[in-house]
Design a binder for this molecule. Structure first.
Ligand code: KG4
Ligand code: ZN
Length: 340
């Protein structure tokens, strides 16, 4: 009988300290997340030094809790998978050094995991039968990609943002209309009270066969609109601004995702990353997919946000390809998707 592979996943690339135990890349035994959002909210965004210090304070307890919840001890674990990039260097180093020390002390394999590949892998947990090939739209606070996942561990970037990430645009627009950090969930909620057709904001389109995004023009258009309204003393309907901004951004995400499926001749698209929790994006992707016969998949919101179960899943597929890392692996803040 095949032995179950149990991976301890660790994630600390930004403002969540997380640890999880995942079996065979798909079954989550525990998924512990210590969020620092409350601490960073008062600064209006993540303060890297504060994030690193907080990770150090809690990582021991977070890992212990993940093992306890899984009813396992370290000796039951087959390998340790840790995010080594992209992310904030000081934050990444905390999880990396912790994971390396555990791997060294227990003589277990150590696997460096790309955070974005982790986000994509969350779909293997959410959809037990999902197998490549498929297209994945990854939309987070720092990244926006369209990826053609040809096989396990093979990530071909076929579209990406040329400037701001989708989540970054959400956060910046939210700040401009006074909603605070993190802005994505707040715009998501406020948009429900607004008219998405009230204000015509631009949608960046490149030449016909490009799947790239650009969101900085949209962000500037929103800021210009707010300035103009303030100067002329007109009342700003924040819900209409939120809904109209969101519609422009989502229209482009949906268009390019569907175009990618046609281009690669696949009928399945998975969505991943923090912005994948967005209720309007989910609705628009499902509606468009239904129209043209493309199956659209999302993980639960808890697997969309930064977590370590997704890292344990991605580490499993690396482990199966015998791609383990040595203990000299360093944190790589600008790690590219698919880079080894
Ligand atoms: O993937 P993630 O948790 O962290 C990164 O790797 O960046 O993504 C965080 C981003 C933030 O920009 C946040 O505003 C956005 O995801 N986000 C959302 C929603 N929930 C989180 N954006 C739109 N709608 C949401 N419901
Ligand atoms: Zn992330």
């Amino acid at each position: 009988m095949k032995k179950d592979i149990k991976i301890l996943g660790i994630e600390s690339s930004c403002d969540e300290t997380a640890a999880a135990v995942v079996v065979d890349g798909r079954n989550v035994l525990s998924n512990v997340i210590a969020s620092q959002i409350d601490i960073h909210t008062k600064f209006g965004g993540v303060v890297p030094e504060v994030a690193s210090r907080k990770h150090i304070e809690v990582i021991n307890a977070v890992v212990a809790e993940a093992l306890e919840e899984a009813k396992l001890t370290l000796s039951d674990i087959d390998a340790i998978g840790v995010t080594y990039g992209p992310g904030l260097v000081g934050a990444l180093l905390v999880g990396m050094q912790y994971g390396k020390a555990l791997a060294f002390a227990t003589n277990k394999p150590f696997i460096g995991v790309n955070h974005i590949e982790g986000h994509i892998s969350a779909n293997f947990i959410a959809h037990k039968d999902l197998k490549p090939p498929f297209v994945c739209l990854v939309v987070s606070g720092g990244h926006s990609f369209i990826v053609h996942m040809e096989d396990y561990g093979v990530f071909n970037v076929i579209g990406q943002t040329r400037d701001d990430a989708a989540g970054e645009a959400y956060d910046k627009v939210a700040r401009a209309i006074g909603l605070g950090y993190p802005g994505g969930p707040k715009i998501d909620k406020l948009s429900k009270e607004g008219n998405p057709l009230a204000i015509k904001f631009p949608r960046a389109n490149f030449h016909d066969d490009s799947l790239d995004f650009s969101f900085s023009g949209l962000k500037s258009a929103v800021l210009n609109y707010l300035n103009k309204m303030q100067m002329t003393g007109e009342e700003i309907n924040k819900a209409d601004v939120a809904a109209s901004f969101q519609k422009s951004l989502i229209d482009v995400l949906v268009d390019n995702s569907m175009k990618a499926c046609k281009l690669k001749n696949v009928n399945k698209i998975a969505v991943a990353g923090g912005v994948a929790s967005n209720s309007s994006l989910r609705k628009a992707m499902l509606e468009e997919g239904k129209k043209i016969g493309i199956e659209v998949l999302f993980p639960d919101p808890i697997l969309c946000t930064d977590n370590a179960a997704m890292i344990g899943s991605a580490a499993y597929f690396e482990f199966m390809k015998k791609r383990t890392s040595d203990l000299f692996l360093n944190a790589v803040p600008n790690l590219k998707l698919g880079e080894r």
